[in-house]
Design a binder for this molecule. Structure first.
Ligand code: ATR
Length: 307
């Protein structure tokens, strides 16, 4: 499905972008109930694609909403979130706030609880704030459905043990990977994640220094924030197995280093997380609106725009 009309971007008081659609604007009049408000919180947030993705999804169903990008620093997050939810229905939460979002919610889904992080906050009908995490489902669906890869039996290397890694680790196991080797610069965080998973036959840790003689893997997931922070990872080519799929949870410039390394090192497949972003947004959208958007046209258009 193509977009019916170009999106309109306006600036909020915070300088963040707000997306709606011309067709919605044309149809709106003051006697109608106020638009449902949604938002994404992050720091920085200027380049977030979430407002555009949710506007595109809403257009598929003719849903009347606003979706803002709100820049909140860690000290100001709680106040900003609570102010938003006086009226707001739901919010996505991105770096660096996923753990804080989980902590500030009144209740949490099982998926958010095991990850200890949340990327979706929803105001329930009784007023309570619910935390949920759609990262793992979004990543697995992007890999297995969009890229048509079967993860069953894959030996898997998970780089990183922070919030992003915790958001996907259980889903990789649920998707049937054979083993999950967690490697983190700080080994304590890796051990904590493996302990929380509690599946020693499949999930275990190794030291970052061991990467050069750790063997090769079918699936390598970069869940570190190195690319986002502007740094790179010094990874040995030997970790790439003959049928390896390398996947970065981030997209754009943040993923370019790892994806470029993987392609240059001969990985059979190397993907960034743009498709994961669209899938995670679709899960949030369905949670808020009870309707499943078609992600393919949105993904295709973003891929054309962002490479
Ligand atoms: P996120 O929510 O993106 O996961 P996070 O919880 O702060 O953010 O976790 C960042 C992860 O990236 C951590 O696993 C971190 O490793 P440490 O726990 O050792 O800090 C990892 N990371 C960040 N920069 C890195 C780098 N240059 N090399 C290796 N790992 C890095």
């Amino acid at each position: 499905m193509g977009r019916s009309s170009p999106a309109v971007v306006s600036r909020t008081a915070t300088g963040a972008s707000r997306y709606t659609s011309r067709s919605i604007l044309a149809a709106w009049n003051p006697s109608m109930p106020p638009r449902q408000r949604f938002a994404v919180f992050g720091h920085p947030i200027t380049h977030s694609l979430s407002p555009r993705i949710h506007a595109d999804f809403a257009r598929q169903f003719g849903i009347d909403l606003t979706y803002e990008a709100i820049d909140a620093n860690p000290e100001g997050l709680a106040e900003a979130v609570h102010a938003f939810f006086v009226e707001g229905r739901g919010a996505n939460v991105t770096l660096p706030h996923k753990a804080a979002a989980f902590a500030m919610a009144d209740i949490a889904t099982a998926t958010a609880t095991r990850a200890g992080t949340a990327n979706v906050l929803t105001r329930l009908p009784d007023g309570r704030l619910e935390a949920h995490n759609t990262d793992g489902d979004g990543m697995v669906r992007d890999i297995t459905e969009r890229h048509a890869m079967d993860l069953r039996g894959h030996t898997t290397l998970l780089l990183g043990a922070g919030g992003a890694a915790r958001g996907v680790a259980w889903h990789l196991l649920d998707a049937g990977v054979g083993t999950l080797t967690i490697v983190n610069r700080n080994p304590v965080a890796a051990d904590n994640l493996a302990d929380a998973i509690g599946d020693p036959a499949r999930a275990h840790t190794r030291y970052w220094e061991d990467l050069h003689d750790i063997g090769s893997f079918d699936l390598i997931v970069n869940a570190t924030s190195a690319g986002t922070l502007g740094g790179g990872l010094d990874l040995p080519v030997s970790i790439i197995g003959s049928r390896a799929l390398c996947y970065d949870l981030s997209y754009g410039k943040s993923a370019a280093g790892f994806v470029g390394w993987a392609r240059g090192a001969g990985a059979r497949y190397a993907f960034d997380g743009l498709g994961m972003l669209v899938e995670t947004a679709a899960d949030a959208f369905e949670r808020w609106h009870g309707k499943r958007p078609d992600t393919d046209p949105v993904y295709t258009e973003l891929r054309q725009t962002y490479g």
